[in-house]
Ligand binder design. Sequence first.
Ligand SMILES: Cc1cc2nc3c(=O)[nH]c(=O)nc-3n(C[C@H](O)[C@H](O)[C@H](O)COP(=O)(O)OP(=O)(O)OC[C@H]3O[C@@H](n4cnc5c(N)ncnc54)[C@H](O)[C@@H]3O)c2cc1C
Length: 397
Amino acid sequence: MTRFDAVIIGAGPAGATTALALARAGWSVALIEKVPFPRKKVCGEFMSATNAALFADLGIEAAIHAETGPEIRRVAIFAGTGTITAPMPQHAGKRSGWGVAVARERLDDLLVQNAVQAGATLLMPWRATALAPDGTDFICTIMDGAETKEIRAPVAVIAHGSWERGDLPTQNMRPHRPSDLLAFKARFRDAALASDLMPLIVFPGGYGGMVNSSGKTLSLTCCIRRDMLQDVRRRHQGSAADAVLAHIGAHCRGAREVLREAVLEAPPLAAGPIAPGIRPRYAQGFFRVGNLAGEAHPIVAEGISMAMQSGWLLARLLTSRTEVGQGRDLDAIGALYAKRWRQAFAPRIHAASLFAHLAMQPVAPALLGPVLTRFPAMLTLAARLSGKTRLDAFRDG
Ligand SMILES: Cc1cc2nc3c(=O)[nH]c(=O)nc-3n(C[C@H](O)[C@H](O)[C@H](O)COP(=O)(O)OP(=O)(O)OC[C@H]3O[C@@H](n4cnc5c(N)ncnc54)[C@H](O)[C@@H]3O)c2cc1C
């Protein structure tokens, strides 16, 4: 079959959730992914409790909980020699609770498998190379090596993320800049982090986070400015990731202590530059979900949630306002989706931008410690502002 009700490019949390929700509603869906799953991903792996309603709606609550690490009930900042801990605010929805962390290779695979079980057709590993209108349909060209196929659908959803170059116009990235943020991830075993704690790490030129993920490992992820990375590599030997880990250890006592006895599980991963900001959610007839629609600085650890929630939001709008297989009123749905998206996610993106810029000020390690020691409730407030407690825009979505 090469004609579907919807074609979705990219099977990360955004694309897979959209595919799952559409397939559950009876749509025929083609889900295109260029990399064979399971695959690792640069990501801190924390998932907010605000996703509980989404998991229940999609019937994957139990499957997700079987994969996750412990509940994260406390948040912290490790800055310079300071360590400040505060309660994580609790999600206030019907299914209240705390966030958890889950290995990305497991989460992404689980979402995709559920989409397939719900009836979605998975084309993996196939890379989308073009997407063009053709009458009331769109034609998506996909390639695997020398083989090419065309997939036709009246609804096209782009979910390929925001960090990779590619053939699609939405994958053309801007030239490198010294202020670009490059991302790294390392998984450790035998780390000494309390199981319910998620510290933010602040260090010169960047920020990061640590959390106990599924499989009893600690996931450390961070972003560092390109110009700082060049400087750090002159001072520390080894790969870029080795140099960044040494830089964090040299400037952040809390991280150093957590990792004192820790053993790297596998070579670290790198990605980026990341592209925080808000982009068009609907343009030229294409819907965009996940990081492509908008991306928060990872300092707030909300990207997975925003990816899944944006896919769920779009699927709910599409299925409640179009007949299966019909591409009617797409512009109206696109406008509504863009509006709801902004209500749901813009506050998190703005808060994340503010926190990231504060954390990357040269004086941050010296200032944050004394201020937050006196007012640790500010940490809880920051977690609240970053979207850990409410999901208002989905009430009647
Ligand atoms: C350092 C760091 C730490 C982070 N920590 C957290 C955290 O703790 N919690 C959190 O919630 N978020 C975190 N994030 C953010 C989170 O990782 C992203 O927001 C999330 O992965 C976005 O999901 P997505 O589905 O939009 O895109 P992606 O996860 O990037 O998925 C896109 C998919 O599309 C595929 N693809 C790309 N191009 C094509 C093509 N042409 N054809 C077919 N397939 C294609 C890719 O292979 C990929 O599988 C972090 C990010 C960074 C950088």
